[in-house]
Design a protein. Structure first.
Length: 160
C-alpha cells in the first residue's frame, strides 16, 4: 500500500499530526509514503519579480522571506525522518526559458492574496503591480530573449 502526499503538506497546519496519521495507516501493511514538495529555488525568479514589482509600486523594499513555501524540500528532509525510519530523497532542478510576457503576468496574478495586498501602497492597486511586472518581464525578454526561471521539485520515498 502507498500513501501519496503530493504537494499538499505545505497546506496542512499540523504536519506532524498528518505524518503520524500516515504512519498509523501504513503500519497495518508495512506500506510506504510518497511525499512531494518544491525546493527553495523553485520559481525563484518569478517570486523575485513579484517582490520587485510590489517594491516598485510601494516605493520601498520588502524585507524577509517572500512567497516562501512553509514545507520545502529542505524542511521535508529535516521533518520526515522524525516519522519514518527510512527516507530516500530525490531532488531535481531544471529551468524554464519563458519567451512570452502573458504567461508570466498570468502567474504573477495568481499570487495575489490579502497578505500581499497589505504590502501595496494605499494609493496603488494589484493592477499596478501586474503592469509593473509586465514591464519588467518584457524588458528582460527584450534584452535576454527570455526570462530564465529555475524549477526545483522533490520526491521522498518514506518507509516505516
Amino acid at each position: 500500500m502507498w500513501a501519496l502526499l503530493m504537494h499538499m503538506l505545505y497546506h496542512v497546519p499540523d504536519r506532524s499530526a498528518a505524518l503520524a496519521e500516515t504512519q498509523r495507516v501504513l503500519r497495518a501493511d508495512h506500506g510506504s509514503a510518497l511525499v512531494t514538495t518544491l525546493g527553495r529555488e523553485h520559481l525563484r525568479e518569478l517570486r523575485e519579480l513579484v517582490r520587485w514589482a510590489i517594491c516598485d509600486v510601494r516605493g520601498q523594499n520588502i524585507e524577509g522571506p517572500f512567497l516562501s513555501n512553509p514545507f520545502d524540500a529542505d524542511q521535508a528532509a529535516a521533518e520526515l525522518p522524525d516519522t519514518f525510519s527510512s527516507v530516500e530523497s530525490y531532488v531535481r532542478t531544471g529551468h524554464l526559458e519563458i519567451t512570452e510576457v502573458d504567461p508570466i503576468v498570468a502567474w504573477v496574478d495568481t499570487q495575489q492574496d490579502p497578505d500581499l495586498d497589505t504590502l501595496i501602497a494605499p494609493s496603488a492597486t494589484w493592477d499596478d503591480v501586474l503592469n509593473t511586472a509586465r514591464s519588467k518581464a518584457a524588458a528582460t525578454i527584450a534584452r535576454q530573449g527570455n526570462l530564465h526561471v529555475t524549477t526545483e521539485v522533490a520526491a521522498f520515498v518514506c518507509r516505516r
